[in-house]
Design a protein around this ligand. Structure first.
Ligand code: ZN
Length: 420
């Protein structure tokens, strides 16, 4: 059985739980341990593992990160990795060696089922896949209840509210979140975790450690305009998620941050929503350019631009949302895996590639124009919000909308509220 899901979703825990429920021995190894070995050792490790398992049957073998050893053979650029292939061949042989049910169940885990060698997925081998996705709101609440058991929470802390605030968090993220909150509580010499520590920890898990705010300077002013730019564009486009807060307190790599209320993972996202996100992501650069001019724009928007290109390209090549029509031009999602994906990369012609690039550019340009216009039209509100942001360091979403509403019509946002 193959457990497929992103890191931190509890694949290893699940495998251990199965062994625990079944009351049988559990042999665990990571795929990367096989291939770090000297030549020939990987294959003999596989043999040893299965030998030990056969002696202890019934039992469970768990292979974590199977993609490290089980990648498509002959996929590496410049010839395959002999050591890895030998190890994989040995694994395939051992799996075929089982006659009927001799009491060994093999569970493997990966977050990239798409790069696995097809031989591994054939009937009789890992023919059963179980998706282990990040938990939904109900799952998050239950995970939080488990990790809250040994922690002192003050009465006002609602695990339900935390579950609502954390779409996309894995089980490991949630455990980490409550641990961070406990550490902060101890550091602040409080008796019990309050919502304040929880909120600070959510920010830390999402965006990294908090840094020291910049002193008032031209740079700080520029960053303030950049962030207010994101927030204005995001607020004034109806299909964009609402602003949660804007802050100039650096966190992780970012000098300032605009937080949007996270939405529960929707399975369907509309064209209008993607266009809104692209415009919102361009709001920062638009404000820099409108306020400070062409020559003063900064490298601060590089992350935004990367996101914009990614979203625009997917609209054209995967979602059929451009003038090229309803076509899918890329089969794989995610980052390019050097090897297989790279080899079949050109499943379309030069001419189509040029047209894709033109479409991507036209989407980005269109959204940038929208962002620039919103910045130009709301310059008075922006100037006031920037002054306030520099003075207060953080403006929350409600206050932001109230001030903005004095100058223009702020559209109501419909948000999907998941039921518990
Ligand atoms: Zn930005």
């Amino acid at each position: 059985m193959l457990l497929v899901g992103p890191p931190g979703t509890g694949k290893t825990l699940l495998a251990k739980a199965i062994a625990g429920e079944a009351g049988v021995p559990f042999f665990s190894i990571s795929g990367s341990e096989f291939v770090e070995m000297f030549v020939g050792v990987g294959a003999s490790r596989v043999r040893d593992l299965f030998k030990k398992a056969k002696e202890n049957a019934p039992c469970i073998i768990f292979i974590d990160e199977i993609d490290a050893v089980g990648r498509q053979r002959g996929a590496g650029i410049g010839g395959g990795n002999d050591e890895r292939e030998q190890t994989l061949n040995q694994l395939l042989t051992e799996m075929d060696g089982f006659e009927g049910n001799n009491g060994i169940i093999i569970i493997a885990a990966t977050n990239r089922a798409d790069v696995l060698d097809s031989a591994l997925l054939r009937p009789g081998r890992f023919d059963r896949q179980v998706m282990v996705d990040p938990p939904d709101i109900k799952g998050r609440l239950e995970v939080l209840q488990v990790h809250a058991r040994n922690k002192k929470l003050s009465e006002e802390v609602s695990l339900e509210a935390i579950a609502r605030r954390t779409p996309g968090f894995t089980g490991a993220d949630l455990a980490n979140l409550l641990n961070e909150a406990a550490i902060l509580t101890a550091r602040r010499r409080k008796e019990a975790i309050t919502m304040l520590e929880v909120d600070d920890s959510v920010d830390r898990v999402v965006a990294g450690m908090e840094g020291t705010p910049l002193v008032d300077s031209k740079t700080k002013r520029l960053i303030a305009y950049h962030e207010i730019g994101h927030a204005i564009v995001g607020s004034l486009i109806k299909d964009h998620d609402p602003v949660q807060k804007v802050t100039l307190i650096p966190r992780g790599q970012a000098q300032g941050l605009t937080w949007f209320t996270p939405t529960e993972d929707q399975s369907l996202i509309s064209r209008a929503q993607i266009m809104a996100r692209i415009s919102g992501a361009l709001g920062g650069r638009a404000a820099e350019q409108e306020v400070f001019g062409d020559a003063e724009v900064t490298t601060g928007a590089s992350g935004d631009l990367q996101m914009v290109s990614g979203m625009a390209r997917q609209m054209v090549t995967r979602f059929g949302m451009s003038d090229l029509g309803p076509l899918s031009l890329e089969s794989q999602q995610g980052e390019v895996f050097l090897g297989r994906d790279w080899m079949n990369r050109s499943d379309f012609s030069e001419e189509i590639a040029t047209r894709v690039d033109a479409q991507v550019r036209s989407i980005a340009e269109h959204c940038y124009e929208i962002a620039c216009k919103l910045v130009r039209d709301n310059r008075t509100a922006i100037d006031r919000l920037v002054d306030l942001l520099i003075e207060k360091e953080t403006i929350d979403g409600e206050e932001f909308r109230q001030i903005l509403a004095e100058y223009t019509v702020v559209p109501e946002k419909e948000q999907y509220v998941p039921q518990l």
